[in-house]
Ligand binder design. Structure first.
Ligand SMILES: C[S@@+](CC[C@H](N)C(=O)[O-])C[C@H]1O[C@@H](n2cnc3c(N)ncnc32)[C@H](O)[C@@H]1O
Length: 199
């Protein structure tokens, strides 16, 4: 039985090419947001960054990005694809360990296919990590996927309320919610963009 909490499971997926989640490009929804000019560059943490397309997207636009993943193969690829003249730090780390050595450091946290990749039993810990790592007034951008009701995973299905309700208890205000029109084929209607501001 595989263990999604172990980096080995994910590392083997990368090494054997079982990376069906990988878009091979930045997420179109994030490209639109990044280019909208609504978000001024700041310190951004990209969690479960995978091969780093979204991290590089924001780094190119002047954000000071820290991209975290615990799979060695993903981290190696991100490091090898780093670009000149952008601020991108690549870290091999477990997102659940980050609050032990970082606190309220980031202006932004960005997530796609991270909440659905962790063991659902750890969702409260995930909320704790996001809440601890974001500074007051900071923005959490989550593209919640896949919304639905099937058993098993990964990806484990998610419900927007699983983010909205516990984050509200921690003082996060939902400032934007939409079903994107620019989801990639196959993901239309089963993802929601949720943007929160931490008080
Ligand atoms: C489904 S993939 C998504 C990768 C990337 N967000 C993308 O869309 O291409 C999930 C990623 O989360 C990473 N991951 C899962 N649990 C993690 C954890 N606890 N800490 C850090 N990375 C984790 C895996 O190594 C994998 O790269």
């Amino acid at each position: 039985m595989y263990d999604v909490s172990s980096p080995t499971y994910w590392d083997e997926s990368y090494r054997s090419g079982r990376t069906g989640w990988d878009l091979g490009m930045p997420t179109p929804v994030f490209q639109r947001l990044a280019q909208s000019g609504k978000f001024q560059p700041g310190k951004m943490l990209v969690i479960c960054a995978g091969r780093g397309y979204d991290a590089r997207l924001f780094a190119r636009l002047g954000f000071e990005v820290t991209a975290v993943d615990f799979a060695e193969a993903a981290v190696k690829e991100m490091k090898s694809r780093r670009e000149l003249n952008v601020s991108l730090e690549v870290m091999q780390a477990d997102i659940f360990d980050l609050p032990f050595f970082m606190s309220e450091e980031f202006d932004y946290i960005l997530e796609y296919t991270c909440f659905c990749a962790i063991n659902p039993d750890r969702r409260a810990e995930y909320i704790h990590s996001v809440s601890s790592l974001l500074r007051r007034g900071g923005i959490f951008i989550a593209l919640a996927f896949p919304i639905g009701s099937r058993a098993g995973g990964p990806p484990f299905v998610v419900s927007p309320d699983e983010l909205i309700l516990p984050l509200a208890e921690r003082g996060f205000r939902l400032i934007m919610r939409e079903v994107p029109v620019d989801s990639v084929p196959g993901r239309e209607g089963i993802e929601e963009l949720l943007i929160f501001k931490k008080k």
